[in-house]
Ligand binder design. Structure first.
Ligand SMILES: [Zn+2]
Length: 403
C-alpha cells in the first residue's frame, strides 16, 4: 500500500526544498503556510475564501478544542473536517505549547500535564496517551506528539531534562498511535509527527533529533522557537537542526513567523509553517505588502484611493481593479468597527504569505532561491516585513540582510 503521507522532493536549491506532501485530504506543494484555526475556525474567514486565496491546509489547537466544545463533541459532530467544512488537510498540535504559553495554568510531571481551564477553572489532565486519543477524536490528518517546551533562556540541565522527557513522551505517543492502528476515531489514516526541542543550543537540538529518529515518525516538527530569542538565533538553530532530520520526510516549523522568518527558514530546509501572525495582524489593522508593512488605521491613508498592494490579487486588493477596496475605505471600515475590515485584511495577509511561499517554491525549482530571497528582503527595506536580523558571523548559507 502506498504511503498516504508520502513526501516527494521536486527540487532542492542549497538547503531549500520544493516538495509535494501527500495527505488523505489532498496533496500540498511545499514550502507551504497553514492558517491557524484555533477553535475550529480561521477567524472571520470562510473555508471557500481560504481555498480561493491559496490556503491548502489548516492548523487547529487541541488544547482549545478539548476544553471547548470537547473532543468527544467534535467527534460526534463528525470530526474536524466536517465541523470546519474544510476538505483539505488539517493538523492539530498536541497541547504542549499551551504549557509554555499558559504556564501559570499548567503543572507538569513525568506522567503528563495538568491544566486549569482558562474558561471555567476545571482541571484537565493531558498525558502523552491522552493527547493522542484526543487528537484521534478530533480527527485531523496529522497530530503532534506531546512535548515539553521550556521557556528561554533556559539552564542547560533544565533544557536537557526537557529534551529527554520530550523523547520519552514521543515514544509513549508513538505506542498509543500504534495501538490505535494509526487511525482517527473515524477510521481514517492519521500521521503523528515528532517534535524536536532543545532551545537555541545546537547540541541539544541534535540530541533531541537523534532521540526521535529511531521512532520513524512520518514527519518532524521543530518546536520551541519564536519564544523570545533573537531571529538570528532562531535561524542559527534551524541550521543546526534540519541536517539531522530525514530528507524524505516533511519538516514543520511550529508557530513561526514573520515573512522574513519564513524565507530564512525555507533557506535552511523547512517545508511547513503555521502562525497566527497574518490573521492576528490583519484583525489589528496591520498588513504586509510587497513594499513592507503598513498600518491601515494611520491618518495618512484617510483619503488614499489606492489598494493595500497593487500587485496583490486578494479579495481586498484585486490588483486595484474593479471591486477592489481602497486604503481609505479600509481605514474607515476599521475606525467604524465594521467587521468586514478585519476579514479583508486577514485574507490579504494570508494571500501575501501564500504568494510569497509559492513564488519562493518556483525560485527553488529554478535554482534561484537565494536571489529571490535577497530581492524580497531588499524590497521590504530595513524595517517593514524584515525583522531585525543579522546573519550569524561566518555563516556560509546566510542570506545577506540590509542593516
Ligand atoms: Zn491584497
Amino acid at each position: 500500500m502506498s504511503d498516504p503521507f508520502a513526501f516527494d522532493l521536486a527540487a532542492t536549491d542549497g538547503a531549500a526544498r520544493a516538495g509535494t506532501w501527500s495527505t488523505p485530504h489532498g496533496a500540498v506543494p511545499t514550502p507551504a503556510f497553514m492558517p491557524v484555526g484555533t477553535a475550529g475556525s480561521v477567524k472571520g474567514v470562510m473555508p471557500e475564501q481560504l481555498a480561493a486565496i491559496g490556503s491548502t491546509q489548516i492548523l487547529a489547537n487541541t488544547y482549545h478544542l478539548a476544553l471547548r466544545p470537547g473532543a468527544d463533541v467534535v467527534a460526534e459532530l463528525g470530526g474536524l473536517h466536517r465541523m470546519m467544512a474544510w476538505d483539505g488537510p488539517i493538523l492539530t498540535d498536541s497541547g504542549g505549547f499551551q504549557v509554555f504559553s499558559l504556564a501559570a495554568l499548567a503543572t507538569m510531571t513525568e506522567e503528563g500535564v495538568r491544566f486549569t481551564s482558562h474558561i471555567d477553572g476545571a482541571k484537565m489532565d493531558l498525558t502523552p496517551e491522552d493527547s493522542v486519543d484526543v487528537q484521534a477524536q478530533l480527527g485531523a490528518d496529522v497530530m503532534m506528539c506531546l512535548d515539553e517546551c521550556p521557556p528561554l533562556p533556559c539552564e542547560p540541565e533544565r533544557m536537557q531534562a526537557a529534551v529527554d522527557r520530550t523523547t520519552r513522551w514521543a515514544q509513549r505517543c508513538r505506542d498509543q498511535w500504534d495501538a490505535r492502528d494509526r487511525r482517527t476515531a473515524g477510521g481514517d489514516p492519521q500521521a503523528l509527527f515528532g517534535i524536536v526541542q532543545g532551545g537555541v543550543d545546537p547540541a541539544m537540538r541534535e540530541r533531541s533529533a537523534r532521540g526521535l529518529l529511531p521512532l520513524e515518525f512520518p514527519g518532524y516538527a521543530i518546536g520551541g522557537l519564536s519564544v523570545g530569542e533573537a531571529p538570528s538565533e532562531m535561524y542559527r538553530t534551524l541550521e543546526a537542526t534540519t541536517p539531522f532530520l530525514p530528507v524524505e520526510k516533511p519538516r514543520y516549523l511550529m508557530g513561526v513567523g514573520t515573512p522574513t522568518d519564513l524565507l530564512h527558514a525555507v533557506m535552511r530546509g523547512v517545508d511547513l509553517f503555521d502562525c497566527v501572525m497574518p490573521t492576528r495582524n490583519g484583525r489589528n489593522g496591520s498588513v504586509f505588502t510587497s513594499a513592507g508593512t503598513l498600518k491601515i488605521k494611520n491618518a495618512a491613508h484617510a483619503r488614499d484611493d489606492s489598494p493595500i498592494d497593487l500587485s496583490c490579487d486578494c479579495p481586498a486588493c484585486k490588483r486595484g481593479g474593479p471591486g477592489s477596496f481602497s486604503r481609505g475605505t479600509l481605514r474607515h471600515l476599521f475606525l467604524a468597527g465594521e467587521m468586514l475590515a478585519p476579514i479583508l485584511l486577514s485574507l490579504h495577509n494570508l494571500r501575501f504569505y501564500h504568494r510569497l511561499l509559492a513564488e519562493l517554491r518556483a525560485a527553488i525549482v529554478r535554482g534561484e532561491a537565494r536571489a529571490f530571497v535577497a530581492a524580497e528582503l531588499a524590497k521590504w527595506g530595513g524595517g517593514a516585513n524584515v525583522a531585525a536580523v543579522n546573519p550569524p558571523p561566518g555563516d556560509p548559507t546566510a542570506v545577506p540582510i540590509r542593516p
